[in-house]
Ligand binder design. Sequence first.
Ligand code: GLC
Length: 558
Amino acid sequence: MKTQWYKNAVVYQIYPFSFKDGNDDGWGDIQGILSKLDYIKELGATAIWFSPLYKSPDYDYGYDISDYKDIDEKFGTMEDFDRLLEECHKRDLKVIMDMVINHSSTEHPWFKEALRDKDSKYRDYYIIRKGREENGLLKPPTNWASTFTGSAWEWISGTDEYYLHLFCKEQADLNWENEELRKEIIDILKFWLEKGVDGFRFDVFNMFSKVYPFKDDTSKSFQKGSSFFVDGPRMHEFLKELNEKALGNYDSFSVGESYHPSKENALEYVKEENKELDAIFNFAHLDSDNIGGAKFFYKPFDMKQFKEGLFGPQTDNYGKGWNTLVLENHDNPRCVDRFSIDSKHYRYEAATMLAAITYLGYGTPFIYQGQEIGMTNCAFRNIDEMKDPVSHFVYDLMKGYGMPGALAFRFIRYGARDHARVPMQWDASVNAGFNKGHEPWQCMNPVYKDINAEKDLQSERSVYRFYQKLLKLRKSDPLFIHGQTKEYDPANRKIVAYTREEEGKKYLVLANFSKRERKYPLPDFVKKEGLVLNNYEELKEESGTLFLKPYQALVFKG
Ligand code: GLC
């Protein structure tokens, strides 16, 4: 049944809130998406991953689902979705649904019933524990922290009990130990697979299994409790069950969003022989400009970490399991405004260089909306312009510790998820063509007159045009799918280079990851004439020495 189509795929991620507002009510929607499918197809994508479209009260913008089998009305109806699926398939675009099943919304009927009736079977669908008494006061069962700040336990008012939530308090963790709950989940997956969707992206999947018994986390861990909720002991078993009872019976693709997995587990989850997931996202390279994975606490870009994160899984997984290639998503700032890049002067060069070094690797490319036109971070003026609850939680926390507001805002603005969530910039008209003028749910990035899709499409030298060429090159030779990745000059902190090799054939990807011109010897296994991709018009070479321009990226066929 399984054809492994995902190995040849290029996935485009849509964040429906911000992609295109078809009915001019300020929210993106399915009608809007329908009008842009050709744009995605033309880029060279072969699949779309939709961030959640399900019913949700939106405390975490769709990642808190209150009905797994229905579409939220702000996006449209189930009929609209069916049409979307059909129109995607007409264009040979596969459809990947987001599946958020580590937790449900507290407005999900299961949770409501669990709280309403203590004897309800739904009570055990969640993780509810008695609090403990300290000096006559009721305290949470353990000292674990939510990954979104504060305690991971929320008091159930009028009782001596708490429920677990590793994200917002409106996102209650599901109890995967409960077999009936797992059956419901399998049923949900089958519901969508039967409709014809082609796969799932599993939200924070490596938190499904928790470590029992629950105790205080006495380690020095930055994220209190993480050793109890990351890579738990039943993870592999749960994934195998999803595979055996749902995923494996369809020609589907499963990709898991991991939360700091151990190196060993990261590989086990995707080993083909294990029949768990087809691939996972491993974001280690995207933490190369922050401290310990905490996005807001920026540090000078660490190239060693970037290279290890980008290339590590490509080498570890080669021949054993698949991989993903990522630069952005709805949880990260724009890539051209990270990694100490000078996007003010070299936006086109840096955006194309990053794409070249990432998307010719071993794994499936994932491109986040707007990345293909080099969208930049937004110059938010104050915290109120940001809609992501996490930006507010962390801002308040910092201020609570006595940090001046302006400084706290600087940290937040560096790592905020909001940058990726401003409306897509389609053209230079009102609201960047996101809609016809109704105030969007999230403010626009004021640079849209300069940076927009229409402008990119009109120019031969644009980020969009480069992505097209790059994806065409990737598809032109199966070596880019199956070949081995070998890092070239790994210790170099300014040059990123690697080869893809198979049966004596090879390609070299070589880039200047800096804004200074650099001389670099052309490796002897390639020739200047073998150049197949360049983000500049020219390549200067003299007697075997390359004169690389700022952020110049080159691909040679060996
Ligand atoms: C994942 C999602 C993120 C969400 C979180 C909780 O990390 O990508 O947007 O807030 O899970 O569901």
